[in-house]
Design a protein around this ligand. Sequence first.
Ligand SMILES: Cc1cc2nc3c(=O)[nH]c(=O)nc-3n(C[C@H](O)[C@H](O)[C@H](O)COP(=O)(O)OP(=O)(O)OC[C@H]3O[C@@H](n4cnc5c(N)ncnc54)[C@H](O)[C@@H]3O)c2cc1C
Length: 324
Amino acid sequence: MMSANQPDDWAMHDTGQAPDAGVEGALDAPVPMAGIRGALTKNAPLAKLVWFKSGGNADWLFEPADRADLKLFIDQLAGAMPVMALGLGSNLIIRDGGVPGVVIRLGKPFADVAVGADHVVMCGGGAHGILVSSTARDAGVAGLEFLRGIPGTVGGFVRMNGGAYGNETADVLIDCDVIMPGGELITLPAGDLEYTYRHSALPERGVVVSARFQGEAGDPEAIGAEMDRIAEARENSQPIRSKTGGSTFKNPDGHKAWELVDAAGCRGLTLGGAQVSEKHTNFMINTGGATSADIEGLGEEVRARVYQNSGVQLEWEIKRVGRP
Ligand SMILES: Cc1cc2nc3c(=O)[nH]c(=O)nc-3n(C[C@H](O)[C@H](O)[C@H](O)COP(=O)(O)OP(=O)(O)OC[C@H]3O[C@@H](n4cnc5c(N)ncnc54)[C@H](O)[C@@H]3O)c2cc1C
């Protein structure tokens, strides 16, 4: 069992797994609901909430009514169970045995985007990338076009340092508000997140409830044209209409992951219902009835073949969470 005082620094060594704490008996642990207004579901299916459309259930799924509700909930939980935030599940494998503890899904109450003075764009942690970039465009704020093509939420971008076409979240994030496992609400400046490629030092069980991005003055028409260009480029190069998890592996220094996968002969490779995309070899897809074990196993097979072929150890970009 987890100790309520488990430090967060274990998360610095990213194993791609959810905290394996509180697994035993997590379902039966009391979840304090006094004064809580959001929706709490026991043993909640997650497959329908993630892009791969696979995986098991959350012991608990909590959908807070608003920020105060989430803060109270986490405060009352007092670290008794692991907590994991879920965005659109566009970079996640939820393992078939489900996720221990509480999965927190930020819905509409966290989806607002507004533009303030000095081209600062203020976003809820659950706001979608496309809404962020289109709201900025309408207000004549440039610099956030790249979020148009990343199918995730602001919380996911902040954690994953989401990026595309030469831009990444670290370039535009001013700061973010995070509810910590103890229930306290803190503001973390971007500089504290120690951003590197597709990685941040955001505390693993912290939930990003809002963030501010710095844009610059731009012409809405030119911004819109760039967003259209990005949308078209994606349509042509990525299996964006498939059940997928985005880029499977990080690009190793000096290499492109897709080229290494292709060179190792893995284009179209299958395992059960999982397949390496024919369209983009750094994407895996669920062709229908894939389990998460198929998808993760295929990823491991690709890593092994790439290593054998090129000597490069690919590192997972997709987060893999939960019980096998
Ligand atoms: C078709 C496709 C194309 C993609 N293209 C790109 C791309 O070009 N560039 C790129 O960077 N990524 C890309 N991705 C991957 C994915 O969209 C990004 O990683 C995105 O940042 C994930 O956001 P999400 O909200 O869906 O997070 P999820 O996938 O739900 O979660 C990812 C991680 O973020 C954490 N998280 C989510 N919300 C919060 C929160 N509120 N607070 C704290 N932690 C949170 C989760 O716990 C998990 O660890 C693509 C994915 C797909 C399916």
